[in-house]
Write a protein that binds this ligand. Structure first.
Ligand code: ATP
Ligand code: MG
Length: 397
């Protein structure tokens, strides 16, 4: 049972002050992810590396599972850390490590020693050769293969000596908080949770807005969105979910505007309200799950018409994805089963039979004029009655 894990992260393009911020954010997010599993852990930085030490018993798969939700991690290496007690002691540790880790010795190997501290009496070439010899003496079935070994035995001489040979792939990306925050329009569908995940992967913290229309949409539909926010928060950290009552705005649009334009008009109000909350939460952009041409409200003309009401940039990470590609990610992040639960959202209830597919911005603006004098009050009420819930991964663990 390993006591420590060495965390590898992409170091390219993180120099100077940025490196410090990157590592800080990574450590914070590792601690966040580990608090939801059994066991006590310590996450620390040492000599330009990040280690997770287990301070109690733990479940190996749970630890790996938690760490693979942390963006910024490229690899997770279960590692044996030992003190420097001279070469013979080191060789013994390496042999013991291999013996435990690989019960079947019928394998090829290569030693890759590194000396981060130059006062060690042997250089890496000598270490490779000497340790290789000791391993062959101890396990005559093993063979050296320098090109394509089954086992790459990594031995790093630092303040502590690191011995490891396995690297579990991390999710990549950048740690949450390294790149600011954005506001996700989160519906109960498949797309928007995936969109939030993808932006979070680049180190962006995520808050969310959900528009519901009680009594037309149910409490279950709202709970589904809360569940999706919780799944997202496993990767993205705590999410401030803004639940907006959209009923009166929708009814007003429904009563006064051409039904073919309902979805576009609704979307425009959603964007305006989302932007309002985004600015209040220091978000630097909006995120939606739109993809070109997926439905009538996502043609280039429709996207232009919805986009026209916001000043903040709108990030649409799924813009070039086909539905099946989006579903693959949804499944991978464990959101799919929740997303396909059959609770209506407000868009499906107020949807027109023949929506416009090529809305003209000027026509849309003219329709909106019909709402003047009443919609402002409804928007104000919607803003004032927002319910804000902080959602963390906690209960899903
Ligand atoms: P999704 O699967 O994300 O619901 P969709 O394919 O159903 O997307 P639309 O219903 O046209 O597409 O919605 C497009 C985008 O608008 C969504 O991805 C989401 O970002 C936003 N959106 C739609 N409805 C809501 C809602 N009720 N609350 C918050 N955002 C919404
Ligand atoms: Mg939807």
């Amino acid at each position: 049972m390993y006591k420590s894990f060495l965390i590898k992260y992409g170091e390219i393009a993180i120099k100077g002050k940025n490196r410090y911020l990157f590592e800080e954010a990574l450590v914070r997010q590792i601690r966040y992810a580990l608090q939801f599993i059994e066991g006590e852990f310590q996450t620390r930085r040492a000599q330009g590396r990040i280690y997770v030490d287990a301070l109690s018993e733990y479940d190996y798969d749970e630890v790996i599972g938690a760490l693979t939700t942390v963006f910024g991690i490229v690899g997770i290496c279960p590692v044996v850390l030992t003190e420097d007690k001279g070469f013979d002691a080191l060789a013994k540790d390496v042999i013991q490590y291999l013996d435990q880790e690989y019960p079947d010795k019928n394998k090829t190997f290569k030693v890759r020693a590194r000396r981060a501290r130059k006062n060690y009496p042997m250089d890496s070439m000598e270490l490779n050769a000497e340790l290789g010899g000791k391993i062959l003496d101890a396990f005559p079935e093993m063979k050296v293969d320098v090109h394509n070994p089954d086992i790459l035995v990594c031995v790093e001489i630092r303040e502590e000596i690191n011995i490891y040979s396995k690297e579990i792939k991390g999710p990549g990306g950048m740690p949450i908080g390294a790149n600011g925050k954005a506001m996700l329009l989160l519906s109960g569908g498949i797309d928007s949770p995936v969109a939030g995940y993808m932006i979070a992967k680049r180190g962006v913290a995520v808050d969310a807005v959900y528009f519901h229309a009680p009594p037309y949409t149910s409490e279950r539909a709202k709970q589904k969105v809360i569940d999706l926010a919780r799944i997202l928060s496993k990767y993205a950290g705590p999410v401030q979910l803004h639940i907006v009552n959209f009923t009166d705005i929708q009814l007003s649009i429904y009563e006064h505007c051409p039904h073919a334009e309902l979805t576009i008009l609704m979307r425009r109000y959603m964007m305006r309200i989302a932007e309002h909350f985004a600015l209040g939460q220091n978000c630097l952009g909006l995120i939606t799950g739109e993809s070109i041409g997926q439905v009538a409200s996502q043609t280039l003309q429709s996207l232009a018409a919805t986009n026209a009401v916001c000043n903040l940039p709108v990030y649409r990470p799924l813009i070039g994805f086909d539905k099946n590609e989006i579903i693959d990610i949804s499944v991978k992040i464990d959101a799919y089963e929740t997303s396909i639960q059959p609770f209506e959202d407000c868009c499906t209830i107020f949807v027109a039979k023949h929506p416009v597919t090529k809305p003209n911005l000027r026509v849309i603006e003219r329709s909106e004029k019909k709402l003047e004098g009443m919609i402002e009050g409804l928007v104000k009420t919607a803003l004032e009655t927002v319910e804000i819930v902080t959602i963390t991964a906690e209960e899903s663990a």
